[in-house]
Design a protein around this ligand. Structure first.
Ligand SMILES: Cc1cc2nc3c(=O)[nH]c(=O)nc-3n(C[C@H](O)[C@H](O)[C@H](O)COP(=O)(O)O)c2cc1C
Length: 204
């Protein structure tokens, strides 16, 4: 890349939060996960695992468990019961109505272990950065395929709850999820704001 133009394939990826009801076939979902799995990762590890959730039962279990956990957090924040019901119901709908969900998990597999807390935390942080790279790969591949995607943060607030709702191995800790589907043609996303480069970068 030279000059100031952002490549079109990067521009093409947007968060799309409404989907046509059509399912996404599993071969396509596998291809997207494969794209995620060629992401850069610390010391040639693959510390991520991906769980494709595309059955109504598993979507419902995940949405319900995370919703109940969120309900507790909102209650602790002093949010009113009516508002809590509204928020949790909207979150439930968003998850169960997505044609497919890819849950991004982290494991310690391939990561270095340190005796001290600060390097151990940095190692986990590197894995988390790498999961972000993997999920960006997946979203770019989806956009390239004409599919819509949207990152949903919820699992990072309750990794164990999401893990247990999906009956995953104890080592697989969900940290993010992507909703995937064919885009709803009626969906109008936000206009992407211009990049205020001067405020966001520095040269030294
Ligand atoms: C770590 C992360 C967490 C996000 N969590 C949510 C979320 O919980 N719900 C949601 O609708 N969008 C979520 N998003 C999507 C952002 O809102 C979106 O990327 C941002 O507004 C920029 O829009 P664009 O993706 O269309 O360029 C998240 C994105 C990232 C990277």
């Amino acid at each position: 890349m030279s000059g100031t133009t952002v490549p079109a394939f990067l521009e093409a990826r947007r968060s799309i939060r409404a989907f046509a009801p059509d399912p996404v076939d599993r071969a396509t979902l596998d291809a997207l996960v494969e794209a995620a799995c060629i992401a850069p990762a610390p010391h040639h590890s693959r510390p991520w695992r991906f769980v494709v959730v595309d059955t109504p039962a598993a979507k419902g279990d995940l949405a319900f468990a995370m919703g109940e956990r969120w309900r507790d957090d909102l209650r602790d924040d002093g949010v009113t019961d009516d508002r809590i019901d509204e928020l949790v119901a909207a979150s439930y709908r968003k998850i169960v109505e997505a044609p497919a969900i890819v849950v991004g998990c982290l494991t310690w597999d391939g990561l270095d272990r340190y005796a001290d807390e600060h390097r151990q935390r940095a190692e986990w942080g590197m894995a988390l950065l790498s999961l972000g790279c993997a999920l960006e790969n997946l979203m770019l591949a989806a956009a390239d395929d004409g599919l819509a995607s949207c990152w949903v943060a919820a699992p990072i607030f309750c990794p164990e709850v999401a893990r247990d709702a999906l009956a995953l191995d104890a080592e697989w800790l969900p940290h993010a999820m992507l909703l995937i589907g064919h885009p709803d043609p009626a969906y109008i996303g936000r206009t992407r704001p211009p990049v205020p480069l001067a405020a966001l970068r520095a040269f030294r």
